[in-house]
Every structure is written in structure tokens, then in C-alpha cells.
Design a protein around this ligand. Structure first.
Ligand SMILES: Cc1ncc(COP(=O)(O)O)c(C=O)c1O
Length: 575
């Protein structure tokens, strides 16, 4: 007994193959074990059971389940074994063979005709989503979610998420509300959560709303999609900022809306409209902190925008995605708070405050739009997880939400300052940083525009992945810049990553290995490879690639008289 106790308990993996489709006919002439053998073999041949799902139920379970004797089951299984469909693992059970007999018996089989592959007919709706990326690159969530120090923009510090507190509250709400949290629930959202969010928005975002105006959604994208579908017919016009949050363009295109990019100036979106442009039915803006440029919309522009919307019967969609993280002065009140005419659809998200995987956001809907929003949500996916909604409601009412925001604001402010200092020290010769007043990103403008392709290539080679500003531009022609995220990584990680980036750039310095054709000379001569500081470069692998790729001709003027030159052969020897 003692011996048994001390042995670690090995948990048996349960079978997830149930062979539900097996039908045994007791009146047929074919024996039961043959029927069982044939049907299991056909199931296995269907190829549905991969490595992860390959354990068979025990003969006892199969016999009880099918109401037949164990010996019938054993007969069928031993035949499958003998033919190579199954394999046994002592002490673990019976598994589907990794290679089924069919895979090595197919050689002699008559060739079957390949069905003609026609491309699937894809709807115009899909084609309208502006994105050239394909395949794995297109799995956006997975693409940006890697664990490395990528300095990708817009990622919050999820490792600071208070998992223990969240789990405790989750267990409490499950105990208290029990099965009520397992049923379908309100399309508007959990009533306690709506009350908590309304109170939070009135107190901290100067919102003007009551809980009945709150609609809980699955994040900002869904808020945009619901709003666009509620107020625009396909083909009607939406204004968006240019450059703009890339998902806005994609979501509005999915809603069949015609997008008009609007330029930005130092006060925010430029409202001027050409005669040809149709009147917008919705105007998407990020007033607290423009994404990606970081402009805060001025008070004057806010009132002008509200006046414009009122005069032209348009709605304004206020994306307030990261207003909580403001480092200079107090948080600015929302646009919704100064709207007297029910023109602003305000939307917030917990993606930056807590974590993006919760997929929870909230809308303050103008009263006359609430029913339409709820109607669309009911036809879309009904509601977000009641368990997570109830947990978030407790998280807010018990004070965790506010204290988490305060804690994170402090952490992000420290990381922002650290990033700026390190970046200027290490990369200040190449970039000019635009110091952000808020948010989780920093814009770094290139000092020399021609560096852009080289920097883009290097960042992807070393796994640092700031986004090129041009990625967010529609018509805007802005100077080249990169958007760096700083929030998700510790100072040590930030430093390591910036050092790696700076040294990779330093080793790339002599992109201009020049082929000098000095007048009167018959032989081509190369400039000795030196970096921008005139120091000879070590022939590193990364450097070799660059040399091979980027011979720049006719730049002799870059070299002062007396610069060391070598013959082509000397240059090759050097490499
Ligand atoms: C401008 C903007 N809005 C919203 C979001 C977040 O949206 P969601 O709630 O769908 O995660 C982001 C994320 O980076 C953003 O940059």
C-alpha cells in the first residue's frame, strides 16, 4: 500500500476516438466481429485520426458501448493489428499506426484521376479587404504574438496581468452564479458589467451615458463593424484618418463601405472636403491619441468635428483604445463627453488595459442606435463569454481595474523614458524620436530617407519588428519612419534589443562599397570597406551579404582624396 502511494500517479490519456459511426447489424449474415473490423478499418482509412487523437478506446469500453462481447471486439482488433492498422504500447493502450498500410500499398494500385482543381469562387466582400498578405502571414493574431523581444507596436505587458486575482474572481463568480453563466446570455452584455463600465467611463473618461447605452462587444474591431453596419449602407462613405489603424480599413471594407482617407495636421483629422467627395455617414477618429502618429486632437478640432457631424447628419466613431496611458498631464476627456447631439459612438477596449486575448470591449451607443447595435450583435455571434464578462465586472467593482491601470501607467512611463534614453544614445545618429505623450508606441523618423530599405531588411533579419509608418498610410506621403512598441518588455530586454539593432546597423554601414572609375584609369577600383566612422569593417556574414547585394556605383564623390582604394582582386581577397 505504502509502495503504491509513493509511486507517482500516471494519468491515462483518454481516447477521443469514439467510433460513434459504427452500426452493427445483428440480423446480417456477416459476423459481428467482421462488421466491426471492416467499419473500424474504414474509419481509420478516412485519415481523420492524426497523431494527437490516435488512442483507441479499451476493448471493454468498446464492448460495453456497442452492447457486444469483449471477445468479438478482441477478434476485430487483433485482425486490425495483424494488418498493420494498430500498434500497442505496453501499459498505455492501443493506438492507430503512424503509417497505415494503405500508404505503402498504394504503389501497385491503379492510378485514380485527379479531380480538376478549380479556384474557389470568392466573394467580392473578401476581395475588398485590403491586404496583400497571404497564408500564415495572414493569421494576424498569431503573427504578432511571438514571445521574443520584437519591439512590435501596440503590445501591452501581458506578463503583468494579475492572473491570480483574475482567477480568484472568476472562481467566485462561477460559484455564485453557477449554471447561469453557462447559458446563452444577453446580447447587450452582462448587466453588472454594463453598470461598472458606465460608471468607469463617466468618472474617468468624462463620458455621458447610463448603463442602458453600454453594449459589450468582442473588442474594438467588432465595435467598428457593428457601428458601420448599423449606420451605413454598402457603398456609402466613411472618412478615416490617413495614416490610420490598419484594422479600421479592413473592417470598413468588410462592411462594404467606401473609404475616404483624410489627412492629419497638428490638430487632428482635417475636415475640409472637396466638392466631388460624398458626404460621410461615419467619421472614424482616435482623438485622445492618434494611431499611429500620436497627435492629440485639439479642442477646436473636436468642436469643429462635432459641428460638422451635426450639420451633415453623420456619426463620429471615437476609438479610445489607449487613453488610459497618458504620461503628460491628466487624461483628456473623451469626445463623447462634449457631444450634445448624440453624434458620437464611443468605443473602448480592454486589449491595452488588461490583455488582448480577453476580446472584450464596450460601446457607448447614442440612445437611438442601441437597439440596432444589439440587433446586429444578436445576428452576429450573440454575445461575449458570460464568464469573462462577470469576472471583469467584479474586477472593476472590487477596484482591481483602477489599481491595475495606475500600476501599468507607472511601469509604461518608466519603460518609455528608458526606451527614449537608450534609443537616442544608440541610434540617435539615424533616427529622430517623436516623444509620445501617451500610448504604448513611439514614432522614430529616419534622418536619412535612403536608409529605409536597408533598415527594413535588417530589422527583419534580427527579429526586431517595428512597423514601417508607410504600412498605415493610404494616400499620405510622409517621411519614412518606424513605429516601435516599448511597453511589453523590461528595460533589460529593451536595452539588449536596441544594442543588437544598433550593432547590426553599424555593421551595415558601408553599403556604399563603391566602384571607383577614376578618370584616366583603366581598371576598376573599389573603396576599402569602412564604416561611416571610417573604421575598417570586419567581414561578418551579414556584411558579406550586403556587399554582394549592394554595390553602389558612381559614388566616388563620397570618398575624399587619399581614401584607401584597392583593386577588385584585393577586395575579393579581403572578403
Ligand atoms: C487604434 C487602435 N484601436 C484599437 C486597437 C485594439 O483593438 P481590439 O480591441 O480589437 O484589440 C488597437 C490595437 O492596436 C489600435 O491600435
Amino acid at each position: 500500500m505504502a509502495n503504491r502511494k509513493s509511486r507517482p500517479q500516471k494519468r491515462r490519456r483518454r481516447s477521443i476516438i469514439a467510433f460513434e459511426m459504427i452500426r452493427l447489424n445483428r440480423t446480417a449474415t456477416e459476423p459481428l466481429h467482421e462488421q466491426l473490423y471492416r467499419q473500424i478499418r474504414d474509419e481509420l482509412k478516412s485519415g481523420r485520426f492524426g497523431e494527437g487523437s490516435s488512442r483507441l478506446p479499451s476493448s471493454r469500453a468498446l464492448a460495453t458501448d456497442r452492447g457486444i462481447s469483449r471477445s468479438t471486439v478482441r477478434l476485430a482488433l487483433s485482425k486490425l493489428h495483424a494488418e498493420g492498422y494498430l500498434r500497442s504500447k505496453p501499459g498505455s493502450g492501443t493506438f492507430v499506426a503512424n503509417l497505415l498500410p494503405e500508404s505503402f500499398l498504394t504503389a501497385n494500385q491503379p492510378k485514380t484521376c485527379q479531380p480538376i482543381q478549380r479556384p474557389a469562387r470568392i466573394s467580392e466582400r473578401v476581395k475588398a479587404i485590403p491586404d496583400a498578405r497571404v497564408g500564415n502571414q495572414f493569421d494576424l493574431g498569431a503573427t504578432g504574438a511571438g514571445p521574443g523581444v520584437s519591439l512590435v507596436a501596440s503590445i501591452p505587458a501581458v506578463d503583468e496581468f494579475p492572473i491570480a486575482a483574475w482567477e480568484r474572481l472568476r472562481a467566485q463568480v462561477l460559484t455564485k452564479k453557477g449554471v447561469n453563466l453557462l447559458r446563452y446570455s444577453s446580447n447587450r452584455g452582462d448587466v453588472d458589467l454594463r453598470k461598472a463600465i458606465a460608471a468607469y467611463l463617466c468618472d474617468f473618461r468624462a463620458g455621458r451615458c447610463h448603463p442602458d447605452q453600454i453594449v459589450i462587444v468582442a473588442g474594438m474591431q467588432q465595435a467598428m463593424l457593428i457601428s458601420a453596419m448599423a449606420v451605413l449602407n454598402p457603398g456609402e462613405a466613411a472618412w478615416i484618418e490617413d495614416p490610420c489603424y490598419q484594422q479600421t480599413r479592413r473592417v470598413l471594407s468588410l462592411a462594404g463601405v467606401k473609404i475616404f482617407p483624410k489627412a492629419l495636421d497638428t490638430q487632428g483629422i482635417v475636415i475640409a472636403r472637396s466638392r466631388k467627395e460624398p458626404m460621410p455617414r461615419i467619421i472614424y477618429v482616435t482623438p485622445s491619441h492618434q494611431f499611429p502618429l500620436g497627435v492629440t486632437m485639439s479642442f477646436q478640432r473636436r468642436t469643429d468635428l462635432l459641428d460638422f457631424a451635426r450639420a451633415h447628419n453623420a456619426f463620429i466613431f471615437e476609438d479610445d483604445y489607449d487613453a488610459e496611458f497618458r504620461f503628460v498631464g491628466p487624461p483628456l476627456p473623451s469626445l463623447q463627453g462634449i457631444d450634445n447631439a448624440g453624434r458620437v459612438i464611443y468605443a473602448g477596449t480592454v486589449s491595452k488595459i488588461l490583455c488582448p486575448s480577453l476580446r472584450l470591449g464596450y460601446i457607448i451607443a447614442p440612445e437611438r442606435l442601441v437597439d440596432s447595435f444589439v440587433k446586429i450583435r444578436s445576428a452576429m455571434d450573440q454575445h461575449s463569454s458570460p464568464i469573462e464578462q462577470a469576472t471583469l465586472a467584479r474586477f472593476i467593482t472590487e477596484g482591481f481595474f483602477l489599481s491595475h491601470i495606475k500600476r501599468m501607467r507607472k511601469i509604461y512611463a518608466e519603460r518609455r523614458d528608458f526606451f527614449i534614453k537608450q534609443f537616442n544614445e544608440l541610434l540617435g545618429d539615424r533616427f529622430t524620436l517623436q516623444v509620445p505623450e501617451a500610448g504604448l508606441n513611439i514614432v522614430a523618423w529616419l534622418k536619412r530617407e535612403e536608409d529605409f530599405p536597408m533598415i527594413k531588411r535588417i530589422t527583419s533579419e534580427i527579429g526586431v519588428r517595428p512597423s514601417a509608418l508607410s504600412f498605415f498610410c493610404i494616400q499620405a506621403k510622409l517621411k519614412p519612419a518606424f513605429i516601435f512598441g516599448f511597453a511589453a518588455w523590461t528595460p533589460t530586454q529593451i536595452r539588449e534589443s536596441l544594442v543588437k539593432f544598433a550593432s547590426a546597423l553599424r555593421n551595415q554601414a558601408p553599403v556604399a562599397i563603391s566602384l571607383v572609375r577614376a578618370e584616366g584609369q583603366t581598371r576598376s577600383r573599389f573603396a576599402m570597406p569602412v564604416d561611416l566612422f571610417g573604421e575598417p569593417l570586419k567581414p561578418l556574414p551579414i556584411f558579406l551579404r550586403t556587399c554582394a547585394l549592394t554595390f553602389v556605383f558612381d559614388v566616388a564623390s563620397q570618398f575624399a582624396p587619399g581614401d584607401a582604394h584597392c583593386t577588385a582582386q584585393e577586395f575579393v581577397d579581403y572578403l
